[in-house]
Design a protein around this ligand. Structure first.
Ligand code: ATP
Ligand code: MG
Length: 200
């Protein structure tokens, strides 16, 4: 049975923190591949403007081209509306019912899991994998993990890996201020982002 990971995010832009965690997940969970899924654009303008989905998708594509086990999907960016996680997971599950799917997400998501739509359907389509995010202690994460596991009667996998303190927000801000983003994103992307000048 194939084992594949799903890693969703805004990826505005993708950075080494994302790639590092994806690679750790690939390796630790012995996955055949990980699919990066950039989120769609909000149908109505929200308080925070997000870069066009096609651009964020192209940047992911560029960055992962040398790792054959990293893939990208345009499923969410092509949707007219924002996709709920359960819909995305069910889409992939239906596409490949014989694959064991893993949904990989940060501890922040585990903390507010009850605000997500149809969590039972999320847990029925995949194995739920949580990794540390800064701001959350290991004890706090493990405690919440036990509570959610007991409530939903499902197992949650915890990936205890070191996290690089990088965020897309930091990168956008640095670019706006004309500062260097070397070593925060892969070298190739560094040049492309400067040339594209999208984060003005
Ligand atoms: P922003 O600063 O715009 O919020 P971000 O850097 O947090 O962006 P997202 O696209 O929001 O990135 O995150 C997508 C996924 O990657 C989420 O599951 C999030 O928990 C995770 N993630 C974000 N930054 C890191 C990081 N430095 N290390 C590991 N995972 C990260
Ligand atoms: Mg974030």
């Amino acid at each position: 049975m194939k084992k594949k990971g799903i890693f969703g995010g805004t990826f505005d832009p993708i950075h080494n923190g994302h790639l590092h965690v994806a690679y750790e997940a690939l390796y630790n969970l012995e996955l055949d591949e990980i699919i990066f899924i950039p989120s769609g654009n909000p149908p109505h303008k929200t308080s925070k403007a997000v870069t066009d989905g096609k651009i964020r998708y192209d940047l992911v594509t560029k960055v992962i081209e040398n790792e054959r086990r990293f893939k990208v999907s345009d499923y969410e960016i092509n949707k007219k509306s924002l996709s709920y996680t359960y819909e995305t997971l069910e889409y992939f599950k239906e596409l490949e019912p014989d694959t064991q799917w893993y949904f990989i997400t940060g501890a922040d998501c585990l903390m507010d899991i009850y605000t997500w739509k149809n969590i039972d359907r999320i847990f029925n389509s995949c194995k739920f994998v949580v990794f540390n995010r800064s701001g959350y202690g290991k004890k706090e994460i493990l405690n919440q993990k036990s509570l959610v596991e007991a409530k939903l009667n499902k197992e949650i996998l915890f990936l205890d890996i070191p996290i690089l303190e990088i965020s897309s927000t930091t990168i956008r801000n640095k670019l706006r201020e004309g500062k260097s983003i070397s070593y925060l994103v892969p070298e190739g992307l560094n040049k492309v982002l400067k040339e594209m000048n999208i984060y003005k």
